[in-house]
Write a protein that binds this ligand. Structure first.
Ligand code: NDP
Ligand code: 2IT
Length: 445
C-alpha cells in the first residue's frame, strides 16, 4: 500500500469530502506497516474494499411544522462494513450533516466496534434536520417521517441504529414507535431505548463513563489518577454530561463545559447540582451554555472561545469533530496538560494529534475512548436477544472491563521502543486486524 497514491485516488473519486478523507488518512498512516507485512491483505484488496461503504441509502424527508409549513430535509444511512456483525452506529440530526461527515463517522465506527470485543459492524446515519428551537411535536413528526424511509433497510440482525448528536432518548422513542408500527414487531432494532421498553441501564451515561474509564487506564500507566486533577470538558450534551459525572465522582474538578456560543469556566468545579443543570440546558433546545452564569454567578462565560485556553491537567473534548486544532493543542501542552481523552468522534485535528505525540502526553482517539457508548449498545442488544435486564452494577462492570480491554489492545499494538504508547496507532491496528482477517475469511464479496 502506498498511502499517498491511495489518498490521491480517493480524493479524485470523492472530491471535497474532507472529514471522510481525514478519517481514512489517519487510519491508513497507522496501519501501513502492518498491511505491507501481510501480502494477503493486498492481494484481497482489503483497503480498497474497506474504504468504500457497502451501500448508502439517501432519501428526502418532507414534514410539516406546527404552523402547517412544509419542510424538506435530507436523510442518510451509510452501511459501511458488516464483517464482524450487523451494521451498528448512531444517527445524527444536525444542520451540518452531509455525506462526508456520515462517511467519516461510519468509517470510524467499523474500527471502534471491532475494538469493543462485541460482534458489531460499522454504520452511521442521520439528517441535516436542525432540532434547535423545535417543539416536541415537530421532533416527533420529523422522526416518524425519517423512519418511514429508514425502516426498509434496518433490522435487529441487519442494521441497528442508535443516538448521536441531536438524537437522544426522546428521538429514539419516536423512531422506535414508528418502526414498531411499520414492521409489526417489537425487537431490539434501535439502542438507547427507554428502560420500560427494552433499554439498558447505564446506556445514557456509557460514552462519558467509558471515556473517563479509558483515561483512568492511561493515567494508571503513569501511576496517576483523576483525584485532585482539574479537567476541561467541551460540549454540554450526552457525552459531556456522562464524563462530568464520572470525573466528579472520582475526585476530579471539571472547570469547563462549552456550546456553540462559547464556554463556561467555573473555578469551583461542577457539582451534582450543576451537572443536573447541564441536562436542563440540553433539554431547552436553545443550544447555548451562557445561561449557566445566571444560575451560578461564580462562573464566567467566554463568548466564541474554546475551553482549551484554560490551564488544566486533563482535557476531554466531548462536543464535535475538529474542535481542537494544532494551536489549541500547543496551548494545552504549554499549560501543563498531561492527558487528552477524546469523547467526541475525531475532535482533534491531525495537527493537534501530532502536537500531543511530539510532547509524549497521554492521548486517546475517540474510536478507542468513546467506544463505551456503542459497547453498551451491544450489551443492550444482548439483553434484548435474551429477553432479560441486567442491573446497573452488572452493565457498569462489563463496560469497565471492555474499556480496560480496549486499553490493553492499544498498548499491545501501539507501544514504541521507548515505551511511549501511540494509542492512535494501537487502536487503528487492533481494529483493522480483526476486520481485515474477518474479510479474508469470508471471501471476495
Ligand atoms: P449531543 O447532541 O447530546 O451533544 C453534542 C453537544 O456538542 C451539543 O451540546 C452541541 O451543541 C455541542 N456542539 C456542537 N458543535 C459544537 C461546537 N462547535 N462547539 C461546542 N459545542 C458544540 O451529542 P452527544 O453528546 O451524543 O455527542 C457528542 C460527541 O460525542 C459527538 O462527536 C458524537 O459523535 C460523539 N459520540 C456520541 C456517542 C453517544 O453515545 N451519544 C457515542 C460516541 C461518540 P449543538 O447541537 O448546538 O451543536
Ligand atoms: O459514535 C458512536 O459510537 C455513537 N454515536 C453510538 C453508536 C451506538 O450504536 O450506540
Amino acid at each position: 500500500m502506498n498511502v499517498t497514491n491511495l489518498m490521491n485516488s480517493l480524493e479524485a473519486k470523492h472530491p471535497g469530502e474532507k472529514e471522510y478523507l481525514q478519517a481514512v488518512h489517519e487510519v491508513l498512516e497507522s496501519i501501513e506497516e502492518v498491511y505491507n507485512e501481510n501480502p494477503q491483505y493486498e492481494s484481497a484488496k482489503i483497503i480498497e474494499r474497506l474504504v468504500e461503504p457497502d451501500r448508502i441509502l439517501t432519501f428526502k424527508i418532507p414534514w410539516m411544522d406546527d404552523n402547517g409549513d412544509v419542510h424538506v430535509n435530507l436523510g442518510y444511512r451509510v452501511q459501511f462494513n458488516n464483517s464482524i456483525g450487523p451494521y451498528k452506529g448512531g444517527l445524527r440530526f444536525h444542520p451540518s450533516v452531509n455525506l462526508s461527515i456520515l462517511k467519516f463517522l461510519g468509517f470510524e465506527q467499523i474500527f471502534k466496534n471491532a475494538l469493543t470485543t462485541l460482534p458489531m459492524g460499522g454504520g452511521k446515519g442521520g439528517s441535516d434536520f436542525d432540532p434547535k428551537g423545535k417543539s416536541d411535536n415537530e421532533i416527533m413528526r420529523f422522526a416518524q417521517a425519517f423512519m418511514l424511509e429508514l425502516w426498509k433497510v434496518i433490522g435487529p440482525e441487519t442494521d441497528v441504529p442508535a443516538g448521536d448528536i441531536g438524537v437522544g432518548g426522546r428521538e429514539i422513542g419516536f423512531l422506535f414507535g414508528m418502526y414498531k408500527k411499520l414492521a409489526r414487531e417489537h425487537t431490539g432494532v434501535l439502542t438507547g431505548k427507554g428502560l420500560n421498553w427494552g433499554g439498558s441501564l447505564v446506556r445514557p451515561e456509557a460514552t462519558g463513563f467509558g471515556n473517563v474509564y479509558f483515561s483512568q487506564e492511561m493515567l494508571a500507566t503513569k501511576n496517576d489518577s483523576f483525584k485532585g486533577k482539574t479537567v476541561a470538558i467541551s460540549g454540554f450534551g450526552n457525552v459531556a454530561w456522562g464524563a462530568a459525572t464520572k470525573v466528579t465522582e472520582l475526585g476530579g474538578k471539571v472547570v469547563t463545559i462549552s456550546g456553540p456560543d462559547g464556554y463556561i469556566y467555573d473555578p469551583e468545579g461542577l457539582d451534582e447540582e450543576k451537572i443536573e443543570y447541564m441536562l436542563e440546558l440540553r433539554a431547552s433546545n436553545n443550544d447555548i451554555v451562557s445561561p449557566y452564569v445566571e444560575e451560578f454567578p461564580e462562573a464566567t462565560f467566554f463568548a466564541g472561545k474554546k475551553p482549551w485556553e484554560q490551564k488544566v491537567d486533563i482535557a476531554l473534548p466531548c462536543a464535535t469533530q475538529n474542535e481542537l486544532n494544532g494551536d489549541d493543542a500547543k496551548l494545552l501542552v504549554a499549560n501543563g496538560c498531561i492527558c487528552v481523552g477524546e469523547g467526541a468522534n475525531m475532535p482533534s485535528t491531525e495537527e493537534a494529534i501530532a502536537v500531543f505525540h511530539e510532547n509524549k502526553i497521554l492521548f486517546s482517539p475517540g474510536k478507542a475512548s468513546n467506544a463505551g457508548g456503542v459497547a453498551t449498545s451491544g450489551l443492550e442488544m444482548t439483553q434484548n436477544s435474551n429477553k432479560l435486564n441486567w442491573t446497573a452494577e452488572e452493565v457498569d462492570a462489563k463496560l469497565k472491563q471492555i474499556m480496560k480491554d480496549i486499553h490493553g489492545a492499544c498498548v499491545k499494538h501501539g507501544t514504541a521502543e521507548d515505551g511511549y504508547v501511540d494509542y492512535v496507532k494501537g487502536a487503528n491496528i487492533a481494529g483493522f486486524l480483526k476486520v481485515a482477517d474477518s474479510m479474508l475469511d469470508q471471501g471476495i464479496i
